[in-house]
Write a protein that binds this ligand. Structure first.
Ligand code: FUC
Length: 817
């Protein structure tokens, strides 16, 4: 049926249509992978307990038999407060730092920068910001239930603890003596409270005492039969009159089938119940509400609805997001293993395709659970922290980490969960404008590596890692990506000023490097690597790192495109075009790798976890197998030199790199490395990068970016759309010969589904969520293709290996290979 390099579909014959439909229906689907995972014992450490969350509230029950500890979280539990961190003295040394760099006196430039070009105050307090103005995201507290059993001496039998990703709830069940116990927990999407339901199959078998605590700043008392914990966090300034965030947690217990509730001074005791519903209401004043009123009002609403309705609505609301995507890579017998064991077996034998599908859906589950429009983006630990001093303050690190958290948002069909990140970015602008003025005497807005809920935009306290100045530009990539997936012009109009102001900063800040005539960012770094000077000294500070050039080039391009789409700012667009042309292009060094810096410096740490100079490969798009094959080849060499083994998020990033390089097997290798157990058998310390038993990603310690990066990486292996056309299965590993997915999103506003067998696409569909023209790349070896639109077989010309199709809103295209 091939004709002039074009594929034509012959006239529609009723018989043919019947066969076609029969084929579509008749293709036996693979057995669905399980959306649950389990343990046969209580959690021995926090990273073995299940994360529950509804975007605001989090609970992590450990499933203990005698004592159950449930870590409570609320997304705005941040200590610290708004500060002026702009340091006017910094600007005075800017010209001199640049001059030293351009004279090749890098070490002197670095020394001067270390002394002068830092924020005012203690910055992140070197990651210990809990009692500093910077603050720290932290746990809300512990809810502890001490259980008493009718038959205390009886052994525990048939213990099973499970997280169900399809319904967003966790269960614990076991038998003790003659009684079967069941506990169910969820953080309600409908009622905005935590819910725990305790059940026993014998009357009057539930007895427990419930208390709450946290390491600091709290009081607990009973009020009107409820247990209340309240306090105020450190603002980091005034240690006497605490003026930080005020919080409250309020517990109410319902005994629908009888029993006795005994409020003590600081506990609630339940006796002789066969069912107990524990409502957990939590709030802070961060979002402008009165936390005491809020917890009561939420409890009241929950009670009105009752447990059954709250649960039913919870599942229904959650599923409106979760059910949008299916991924089936095949059933695996290993679903029958507890997760700690399953991960250990996977380390030795990779034949467990449904683990990858589960990990992908777990990433979506975590995103749905850790952010919600109107609130905050997921932080370094999403929503889950179990200490006051959360690693790196559980903040928003902006030289990859926060951005990685949102990598799955669009492709994994959770576009609205990008919005809290986008709103947060907008909120940084006024502070970022002040920082741009004070530190660089530049217009526009800038932010550096550190971000928190207090609008911190200044450089960090140590320039070796704190000087990255392209973070606002990287955030803006997400602003534009959201547009590319939604094609929503009024949204673009809304965020355009944020992009424009970010671009304006570089219009002013870029400076000509007299050595080569390029416009460069200076001073800057290639996060967070150092290079060696000829005398062997390691230096971080430089001019015009490759990552900066790529990000600024991309920001200018996106801003130019947005201005054109909106029909505004043609004069400004011309300035951007001119400056963009003067940036150093991504360059291949003599060793065939992408240069990380302007000069062919040797890396101080050749296997450094940041692979910043490949930003243009992913998440950017200037290094491409199709469009810039030699750069792609150089990127491959760079990756090989960097090596696979690294911290959690770095391995997750590399899955995406290898997927973009169309090397599915190498992407799978990195996914396998990411899934490597992050804790040694028998150990209770999270000692390695990889995956903890509860599937949290290990940096180490736990850092959620790797979960999100891994989730995005799996999607990137299955579909790509960054190069102007949709490509199915661009990096399918040999480990996944057959499978299917539905509901992944592509740029241009489309939603796709694919079924494949023996590594070949058999059926695919594309739905235009918004009207537009779509291009679909055909697999190279396709000999026969049937395309159907509006129920009819259509003929579409193949141009450059792709079909191009105009589609109306809601229209679907079916492709049969
Ligand atoms: C960046 C990384 C570290 C860590 C921290 C939170 O600075 O270089 O590895 O992930 O963020």
């Amino acid at each position: 049926m091939k004709k002039n390099n074009c594929l034509f579909i012959q006239a529609v014959q009723p018989v043919f249509i019947t066969l076609f439909v029969t084929f579509l229906i008749g293709c036996t689907p693979l057995e669905k992978p399980s959306m649950t995972y389990f343990f046969t014992q209580p959690a021995r450490f926090w990273e073995e307990s299940f994360p529950l969350g509804n975007g605001r509230l989090g609970m992590m029950p450990d499933g203990g038999v005698d004592r159950e500890d449930i870590v409570l979280n609320e997304i705005s539990m941040w200590s610290g407060s708004k500060q002026n961190t702009d340091n006017p003295a910094a600007y005075q040394s800017l010209a001199r730092i640049r001059q030293l760099l351009f004279e090749g006196k890098n070490e002197e430039a670095e020394q001067l920068m270390y002394q002068t070009f830092v924020c005012k105050g203690s910055g992140s307090n070197l990651g210990d910001g809990a009692h500093a103005p910077y603050g720290s995201y932290q746990l809300l507290g512990h809810l502890q239930l001490d259980y008493v059993y009718p038959d205390t001496s009886a052994d525990v039998e048939a213990y099973h603890r499970e997280l169900n990703l399809a319904d967003a709830l966790s269960t614990v069940s076991f038998k003790k003596g003659e009684v079967h116990y069941k506990r169910e927990a969820f953080t309600s999407f409908s009622g905005d409270v935590g819910v725990i339901c305790l059940q026993a199959d014998k009357e009057k078998s539930i007895h427990f005492t419930l208390g709450m605590n946290r390491p600091e700043y709290y009081q607990v008392e009973t009020v009107d039969g409820d247990l209340v914990m309240k306090g105020r966090l450190s603002d980091g300034v005034d240690t006497v009159a605490m003026k930080g965030v005020a919080y409250q947690a309020r517990i109410r217990i319902l005994l629908p089938q009888g029993g006795v509730l005994i409020p003590g001074d600081s506990t609630l005791t339940v006796k002789d119940a066969s069912e107990a519903i524990v409502w957990v209401s939590m709030a802070t004043d961060y979002f402008g509400k009165d936390e005491a009123e809020e917890v009561v009002s939420l409890l009241h609403q929950a009670e009105q609805k009752g447990y059954a309705r709250i649960k039913e609505e919870h599942i229904r609301m959650y599923r409106t997001l979760f059910d949008r995507v299916d991924l089936n890579l095949g059933y695996s017998e290993r679903e029958k293993l507890p997760m700690d064991e399953r991960l250990r077996v996977f380390e030795k034998d990779k034949n467990d395709p449904s683990l990858a599908a589960l990990y992908f859906q777990f990433g979506r589950y975590l995103l749905i659970s850790s952010t919600r429009p109107g609130l905050l983006p997921p932080n370094l630990q999403g929503l889950w922290a179990h200490t006051i001093r959360t690693p790196w303050n559980g903040d928003y690190h902006l030289n990859i980490n926060l951005q990685m958290n949102l990598w799955p948002a669009e492709v994994a069909n959770l576009s609205e969960l990008h919005l809290p990140f986008i709103e947060w970015t907008k909120q940084q602008v006024p502070s970022g404008q002040r920082t741009a003025k004070v530190f660089y005497n530049a217009r526009g807005w800038v932010t550096h590596i550190l971000g928190n809920v207090w609008e911190f935009t200044a450089p960090g306290e140590h320039p070796s890692w704190g000087a990255t100045n392209t973070s606002a530009a990287w955030l803006c990539q997400h602003l534009y990506t959201h547009y590319q997936y939604t094609m929503d012009k009024s949204y673009l109009q809304d965020v355009y000023p944020v992009m424009k102001e970010a671009a304006l900063f570089f219009v002013d800040m870029l400076v000509e490097d007299p050595r080569n005539g390029y416009l460069v960012t200076a001073p800057t770094t290639s996060p967070e690597n150092a290079y060696r000077l000829p005398d062997g000294k390691a230096v971080h500070i430089c001019a015009g790192s490759t990552m900066d050039n790529q990000i600024v080039r991309e920001l200018f391009t996106h801003t130019l495109e947005a201005a054109t789409i909106l029909g505004v700012d043609s004069a400004f667009a011309a300035v951007l075009e001119d400056k963009r042309a003067r940036l150093m292009p991504t360059t291949i060094g003599e060793d065939g790798r992408i240069l990380e810096w302007l000069e062919p410096y040797e890396e101080a740490e050749p296997t450094h976890r940041h692979v910043s100079h490949l930003y243009g490969l992913y998440p950017g798009n200037e290094i491409s197998v199709e469009l810039t094959p030699s750069l792609a080849e150089a990127a491959r060499k760079s990756l090989e030199a960097r090596g696979d083994k690294s911290t959690g998020w770095s391995m997750a990033w590399k899955i995406n790199f290898w997927a973009r390089l169309r090397d599915g097997d190498h992407a799978f290798k990195l996914l396998s490395d990411l899934l490597r157990p992050g804790v040694d058998e028998g150990a209770d310390r999270m000692n390695k990068g990889g995956t903890y038993p509860n599937l949290f990603c290990g940096h180490p310690p736990f850092q959620i970016d790797g979960n999100f990066g891994g989730c995005a990486g799996i999607a990137e292996m299955l579909v790509q759309s960054q190069a102007g056309c949709i490509e199915f299965l661009p990096a399918l590993p040999s480990q996944w010969p057959s499978g299917s997915f539905k509901g992944l999103k592509v740029r241009g506003g489309g939603e796709v589904a694919v079924r494949w067998k023996e590594g070949q696409v058999r059926e695919a569909s594309l739905k235009a969520v918004v009207p537009g023209t779509f291009r679909v790349k055909l697999p190279t070896n396709v000999s026969d293709l049937t395309v159907k639109k509006k129920g009819k077989v259509v003929s579409l010309p193949v141009v450059d290996g792709a079909i191009k199709v105009d589609m109306e809103e809601g229209e679907e295209l079916f492709l049969l290979f």
